[in-house]
Design a binder for this molecule. Structure first.
Ligand SMILES: [Ca+2]
Length: 481
């Protein structure tokens, strides 16, 4: 009896001492590293863990299992540059007046004339890279930027002008995704496929920066056109094509596989250095998958069950995969259905890193921190989301604005001021336009959309004096990619 009482006391004392020593030994919280992985034109269903029936993404699937998957994640725009600007600034493209891919597309005889928009991200904005760098982070940009002012000195508006300590993109002489012969002599992979080359640079940066808080913004080119995969992967997927699958392009599958392998290598590097537990990793895309050009289905990929793809006002244009892992916060394998947008990452990253940022810039942030969702995926952000695209696009629709409010989505097409209304909970594929049967709901949402456009001082398209119905689809000079 006495013996057991003594043992209990001993155990209690040991436990108390252990707690005390743990408390005393806990170092001040280390600021987390940030790794932001951005795919280009990757559609909502284009990962296996988001429903692809053909593409293989084992590394991203495992990553999703270790973090939080967002099923209602949106790009701020249906094309590249504006979404990238929204990530860098936390603001809506409409507010930035940067609303199309740089340099955009000119339709001289279309019904509407597009506004005179900003073809570059002005230096007056404090990008997330600048905010983090000024707080002591090492910052690196690797891959595609697409925020340069067209026709001006690229270095003047490139990543290093916008807060990145370093920037690396494709080497000179690269054709599509293929480096010039001998173009990657120092790379770990020795591969002459662009994605592998950029991944070599990304892991080399992590090797070098592992002891400091760092922000790595790795913006892939895949799976954007040209559709061109690494030969061994194309051969592998060519053997696996199935006639009954929604996704059936082996070259596109090879590009997605390259992306997946790259994400695997980046995540492995964090593990190897023992810094994964102190690194927040975001994976997402900049717009939906490209499914058609000039009204013709191009067969590259599909976003089904979503309607349409890149360039379009429908969900296929703007709903994208998103996975976030914040170790110690996001529950492994969790799923969040609350809508989020690429504008949200700026305030989220400020909060996660405890960086104040620039007070003036922050007053105009349109995004909301998603940290409540990362802590509890069932919580809500209580807000509506908006899009404004006063442009024509080869992939899809004419100029439009849209709002998502709860399950409702209202699209306003500027050529005729017509509206379409969908309930995304009942009708994810946007097949049943409810506008005619729900005039009150339409009026409410249209008022909200117009009030938001006023607040943004959004640029509107105007009637085109050179409108020629016979030549409306003609693409003039000044087209970009
Ligand atoms: Ca894109």
């Amino acid at each position: 009896m006495r013996h057991s009482r003594g043992l209990i006391l001993f155990v209690l004392m040991t436990a108390l001492l252990a707690i005390a020593s743990t408390t005393a030994a806990t170092p001040p919280a280390k600021r987390p590293n940030i790794v932001f992985l951005l795919a280009d034109d990757l559609g909502w269903t284009n990962l296996r863990c988001f429903g692809s029936d053909f593409y293989e993404t084992p590394h991203l699937d495992r990553f999703a299992q270790s973090g939080m998957k967002f099923t209602n994640a949106y790009s701020a725009c249906t094309v590249c540059s504006p979404t990238r600007a929204s990530i860098m600034t936390g603001m809506y493209p409409a507010r930035l007046h940067l609303t199309d891919f740089i340099a955009g597309q000119n339709r001289p005889f279309a019904k509407l004339q597009i506004p005179d928009w900003n073809k570059g991200l002005d230096l007056s904005y404090i990008t997330i890279a600048e905010a983090l760098r000024d707080a002591g982070y090492r910052t690196a940009q690797i891959g595609k930027w697409h925020l340069n002012h067209a026709g001006r000195n690229a270095a003047e508006y490139g990543p290093t002008a916008h807060g990145f300590d370093s920037e690396i993109d494709k080497p000179r002489g690269t054709k599509g995704y293929i480096l010039p012969p001998g173009g990657n002599p120092d790379g770990e992979s020795k591969s002459e496929y662009l994605t592998d080359y950029l991944t070599d640079k990304a892991v080399a940066f992590i090797d070098d920066a592992k002891d400091a808080p760092f922000f790595l913004y790795f913006a892939y080119h895949v799976p954007h056109t040209p559709i061109e995969g690494r030969a061994d992967l194309v051969a592998e997927f060519t053997k696996k094509v199935r006639a009954d699958a929604i996704h059936n392009n082996p070259i596109y599958a090879a590009m997605v596989a390259s992306l997946d392998q790259s994400v695997g290598r980046v995540l492995e590097r964090l593990d190897r250095h023992g810094i994964a537990d102190n690194t927040l990793v975001i994976f997402t895309s900049d717009n939906g998958g490209l499914t058609q050009r000039y009204g013709k289905h191009d067969g590259f990929t599909e976003n089904l069950p979503l309607r349409r793809g890149k360039g379009s006002a429908y969900e296929g244009g703007v709903r994208i995969p998103a996975i976030v892992r914040w170790p110690g916060v996001t529950a492994a394998g969790s799923v969040c259905d609350e809508p989020i947008m690429t504008t949200d990452y700026y305030p989220t990253l400020l909060e996660v890193t405890s960086v104040a940022g620039d007070a003036t810039h922050n007053k105009s942030l349109d995004g909301k921190s998603i940290t409540p969702l990362l802590r509890d995926p069932t919580s809500t952000l209580h807000r509506d989301l908006y899009w404004h695209y006063p442009h024509y696009h080869a992939g899809g629709d004419s100029p439009y604005s849209a709002i998502r409010s709860g399950p409702w989505k209202l699209i306003e097409f500027h050529e005729n001021n017509g509206v379409e209304l969908y309930n995304l909970t009942d009708d994810l594929g946007e097949q049943h336009d409810l506008a005619a049967s729900m005039p009150d709901r339409v009026a409410l949402l249209r008022d909200k959309l117009h009030a938001w456009r006023e607040q943004m001082q959004a640029q509107m398209p105007t009637p085109n004096p050179n409108y020629d119905p016979a030549r409306a689809a003609h693409v003039g000079r000044g087209t970009g990619d």
